[in-house]
Design a protein around this ligand. Sequence first.
Ligand code: HEC
Ligand code: HEC
Length: 445
Amino acid sequence: METATLIAANTQRQIGYVIVGIVLIAMATYWLFNWIEGRNEAGSEIELAANRKPHMSDEEMETKRLDLSLTSGLVTLTIIAIALPLYWLGEPGRHSGLVEFTDDQFVRQGEEIYAENCAQCHGSANGDGGLAADFSLVDGSGVYVEQVQWQAPSLAAVLDRYSYDEFKYILNYGRQNSPMPAWGGPGGGPMTDQQLDKVIAYIAHEQKSSEEIAKGVLDGLNGAALAKARGDNYDLYTRQLQLEAELSEVQHDIDDAPEGADTSALEAAKTAILDEHGPIVDELAALADEILVMSESDSVVLGELLFNNPAAAGAYGCARCHSAGWSYNANAFPENPLLPQIENGSGGFGPGLIGVADQFETAASMEGFIVTGTKDGVAYGRFGQGDGGGQMPGFGACWAEDNPLDFPRIQGDRIAGHCEGRSGILTTDQIAAIVAYERSLGGEG
Ligand code: HEC
Ligand code: HEC
């Protein structure tokens, strides 16, 4: 399509140049002859005045001369008659060529904006996200808690979670209490509306396929199982972290030791640490394997793993919004009393889910909610408000509108029809498992 359009546009242009060339040469020739004849006339007006000048005979005039004039008139007319329709025939091609060209420009400028402003936290637009952002954690009254690394989710399936409007809402306002800043004017950010549209166009262009997403969800279960093994055996995991801290200290001392110094005591200490560390790592890995096997037959366990899915830096899971501390692994700070162990579903950016069965009477209604997520201003469940931009993502289908954000220039497979053939992030069975798990979190469900 693109090359065909380009070729069409080039042929049109060449024809145009030829016509302009012919016309210019004709004009120049006419002017030259006129000028030469005019020079002869100076001072000889009496002989050369048009009515005195001897001219061709009637015979000559009505044959050769007339034929010549008529033929050249006909030729010029034919050129114009063919060139005009040809020009208009090419117009749609030129138009779509221009549209494609501006689309490309739009997406390419979006790519630059992304590289300058987003990639340092979110990684590449089609990647697995998760470059952690440095963040100073403070409590409700602004007191410093800890310096943490907050994972930024992958954006490569963001249009399977949000509509364009919801996506833009996030860009406009950012995420409060997280490293994600506001980018748009409404939230006090630095970008114009058009810059946001450009970066959205670029990200839309880079989305992963449904197959890649589905595979990512399943691959993530390994990591979720290990995290569960660590959380369920917190003393063991804490000991592992302690040993790792000691190890890096000893290693530091070994590296800093002066040349030729006796480091055998340090080496011995290092060996002792490794001897204790290895079995703990192995034990937690074995426990994770058991959990993984259990999840094949126990949907509540599977639901817990899916809820905590670390794949794509949490983009396919729930914990990053519904469990405080998940995004910066609060479990890795056992020595900080202000950072208690992560409690699943304790609530973070999204509400706490313990006892959520009160909100949704039946599992089916709750599954339906997780398929669609929230819409700005639309109430849900028994008492859900649904305000705040529709920030609960929809996990069971693709949500990008066909005619997004009034940018008609972005079309083709780029944005219009983005959702065609896409199935969303989670399957019906996976969502049912998550709901079974959530309803086990307390409440009467
Ligand atoms: C300083 C790091 C940082 C920068 C820079 C940044 N983000 Fe984020 N962004 C985050 C973090 C962290 C989150 C997750 C917040 C949370 O846990 O709720 C996030 C969340 C998001 C989300 C919500 C995704 C979801 O499913 O919840 C979108 C969309 C997003 N960012 C887009 C962008 C875009 C586009 C840019 C560039 C214009 C950008 N971000 C720049 C750190 C950053
Ligand atoms: C990007 C953050 C985010 C992610 C990820 C997320 N949620 Fe939510 N969730 C929210 C927000 C925000 C609300 C509240 C919506 C509102 O009030 O409009 C919510 C509400 C809910 C509710 C209703 C709770 C109530 O008491 O009203 C349930 C149930 C829920 N989410 C389940 C899930 C499940 C299951 C997943 C994972 C498959 C998930 N959420 C992933 C942000 C998120």
